[in-house]
Design a protein around this ligand. Structure first.
Ligand code: BG6
Length: 491
């Protein structure tokens, strides 16, 4: 693995610098990096936005947000005071080329080894900003752009964006964020698979019957109607987060942790995903949309009653898909991907179901199904790995019961867990692209989901309704039961 060099100085520039993502996630993440001495002294953070804030107004605004989003026991007034010395705010209309000269002048006041431009803006601005930066020469090899999803709306728009950004920035300067890749638990998935030879011989079709990957959310769409209604669960969660998790489960061992080595292996998985025909889309995908229901003890409105959502919207808030990987390791092993909003609980989980014994010798009580071993990797909100195995229950009878071996990270490791954005921001500054999505991965992911998008768009039926606070349309359970499997629910 190449040794990472942390630059001796950096300028981090947030476009959309007063927006939700910057104030709720990115500045709190940088505050934590500062607090834990992960930033060099000469590191400046510039927030750009349309508001006419004085410096004091800006600092008061971001501090009030940070106090809300930094965990209470991590807040320290004195540390914040030293952190805010790194911050500055400038008014800039990103669509106006003439305003970039001031940005250039600003950065020249704090010349740095690396300039990182984080585009936390509406996607239509991405290519405009890149072009305007380039006009000022702010695209030299020490400059990087970080792009937040959505990266396109479909394959063509994604490719167009790639081409437009690519006119000004080489792919080695483009950092496409999928914040799931920054989660500690995703790193642990790599450690589990490639740090323990125990699993490797079993990690294949001969021993694994099916894999379930779930990202369940209790929240609805909040105040993001404008974005969400144009996207839906498939674009918002499946095309990126779920597909990336699938890649980490299914990829071959990389020869090193080098960013090329890891991303090359993920790419091969994406290239092996079995394409969907129109008939497959009908048979192997389920889309749903929440109706009013009860979650967390409260009655919540249905999707169509959310503010800003058209009454006839066909946008899906739930999606379940059976994915198949056409290669020697995984042929015939279904990967079920699920995600939805307004479900009964929030968790992200990967469940590896192993095959049953070839010849059962233990009695199974009537009405009870055999219980093959399974490995549950819970990524959030708790982080644990549980290996479910059958053991004999104490007593005279030879009865088996399934229990689990438990590795609970919070009780095992007392150290603070970094937020995904802390790791990703540090990586963008130190030039480590391993946890960012490469252009070819992005493209393959769109190639794979596009038939689903097209078939759904042409199907007047629209998504199936499900009550908020339930596990989505019943058809999603049928997706598994048809193949002889059931949903895993970890308690
Ligand atoms: C974002 C999606 O990428 O991920 C949101 O746009 C979703 O709709 C969020 O709520 C979930 O992230 P996390 O880290 O809370 O699981």
């Amino acid at each position: 693995m190449t040794q990472l060099h942390f630059p001796t100085s950096f300028n981090l520039v947030f476009f959309g610098g007063t927006g939700d993502l910057v104030t709720r996630k990115l500045l709190p993440a940088m505050y934590q990096c500062h607090q834990y001495n992960q930033l060099v002294e000469h590191g400046r953070i510039y927030c750009l936005g349309l508001e006419s804030f004085s410096r004091d107004e800006f600092l008061a605004f971001v501090e009030s947000k940070a106090r809300e989003f930094v965990p209470k026991d991590e807040w320290n007034d004195a540390t914040w005071a030293t952190f805010q010395a790194r911050l500055a705010y400038d008014k800039l209309d990103a669509t106006k080329p003439e305003e970039y000269a001031a940005l250039k002048a600003r950065l020249e006041q704090t010349p740095a080894e690396v300039n990182v431009f984080y585009l936390s803006t509406a996607p239509f601005l991405f290519s405009i900003i890149c072009e305007n930066l380039a006009r000022q020469g702010l695209n030299d090899f020490n400059s990087r752009v970080v792009l937040e999803k959505p990266l396109g709306h479909d394959l063509a728009s994604s490719n167009q964006l790639t081409a437009e950004v690519g006119k000004h920035f080489d792919d080695r300067q483009v950092y496409r964020i999928d914040h799931y890749l920054g989660k500690e638990s995703v790193q642990n998935l790599m450690a589990l698979r490639f740090g323990n030879p125990l699993f490797e011989p079993l990690w294949r079709r001969e021993w694994i019957s099916n894999v379930q990957i779930t990202i369940a959310e209790e929240v609805g769409i909040g105040t993001r109607a404008g974005f969400y209604d144009g996207a839906g669960a498939l674009r918002d969660m499946l095309q990126n987060h779920l597909v990336q998790l699938l890649c980490f489960v299914a990829m071959e061992p990389p020869h090193s942790l080098d960013s090329c080595a890891v991303r090359d292996q993920k790419l091969k998985v994406l290239q092996s995903l079995l394409p969907f025909t129109e008939a497959d889309v009908h048979a192997k995908t389920v889309r749903g949309q929440y109706r009013t229901g009860v979650t967390g003890g409260k009655t919540v409105p249905g999707y169509l009653d959310e503010e800003g959502i058209p009454a006839d919207s066909k946008t899906e808030t739930f999606v379940a898909v059976r994915a198949d990987i056409a290669n020697w390791r995984w042929a015939g092993v279904p990967f079920y991907l699920f995600t939805g909003k307004r479900l009964p609980a929030r968790f992200t989980e990967i469940v590896i179901h192993f095959r049953d014994v070839p010849h059962p010798i233990f009695p199974v009580s009537e009405g009870q199904a055999p219980q093959p071993a399974k490995l549950v990797i819970r990524l959030q909100p708790e982080e644990y790995i549980r290996l479910y195995l059958s053991v004999k229950t104490p007593g005279d009878n030879m009865e088996l019961q399934q229990v689990y071996l438990d590795l609970d990270f919070a009780s095992k490791f007392k150290a603070r867990r970094e937020e995904a954005y802390e790791r990703l921001l540090l990586d963008a500054i130190r030039g480590n692209q391993a946890l960012f999505v490469r252009q070819d991965e992005l493209e393959e992911a769109w190639v794979w989901v596009e038939p689903i998008l097209n078939t759904w768009a042409a199907d007047p039926k629209g998504p199936l309704p499900y009550a908020a606070g339930t596990w989505g349309p019943s058809a999603s359970a049928d997706l598994l039961s048809r193949d002889g499997y059931g949903w895993h629910e970890d308690s």
